[in-house]
Design a protein around this ligand. Sequence first.
Ligand code: BEZ
Ligand code: FE
Length: 293
Amino acid sequence: MSDQVLPSTSPEALLSAVLKSNANTANPRLKQILEIGIRHLHAFALEADITPAELEVGLDFLVAIGQASGPKKHEGILLADILGLATLVQLNDARKAMEAGGTEPALIGPFWRANQPERKNGERISTDDTPGPRLRVTGQVLSLDGTPLAGARVETWQASPKGLYENQDESQPRMNLRGRFVTDEQGNFSFESVRPAGYPVPVDGPCGELLAAQQRHTMRPAHLHFLVVAPGHKVLATQFFDADDPHAYDDVVFGAVGSLLRHFEPDGDGGFTLDVKLRMEPGETRVPKCPIP
Ligand code: BEZ
Ligand code: FE
């Protein structure tokens, strides 16, 4: 008879066996993430008393997230967004910078495009026939100590006054309401646009089903996206939100945080103005992966 002891069937012994199986993971950070992830996953399954049938539903949901994704759509990003995970990770990463006066980050979302058109400061990012109230945006990019950052790349993108990004809307020309600017010697940039409207997140995939199951609304408050790349600084992805939007305090993806809400100021001529400061944290410049071409 073998003198080997049968493994125990207790959850504790199972967890310990799974953690032991991770012991030889070569990459130390991956090893740490797996270890913590395995512990939380086991605790979650026990606390929620997950049944085999429920596990099947959950795994099918993950498969559906993958199947709904492709070169033009990233359902995984949307899942992280509607669960608040993207906002949590960004805010945690920026905690120290925010304590030092850095601009709060906000999620990139699925609509940033590679190769947005390069434009000169002061230019329009909307075509002349884009309907809606005019919006003039001015901004300055600074380091945390207040030094203006010349030569920073400022990418911006926004939805139309109908609440649609150009790639969702056949009536808009390609790359409408998108631009890439470079800051001047004082770190300033500026452009003309139209006032964006709020919009629903895409609900044609499994994330839409999840939102419906939770009986949640699907709206984001009106906003403009910014992604700023300055040498010697961490890349800043953020958004500024229209504080007068009905969903300003109720963003479906939890991105609208207090310091990013702004009143678009009337310019006295039917249009509006928005002035923003973008305070960047010194550090390694890592440009995030662009979700769509
Ligand atoms: C966006 O702001 O573009 C966005 C963010 C999360 C989900 C959908 C859209
Ligand atoms: Fe957006």
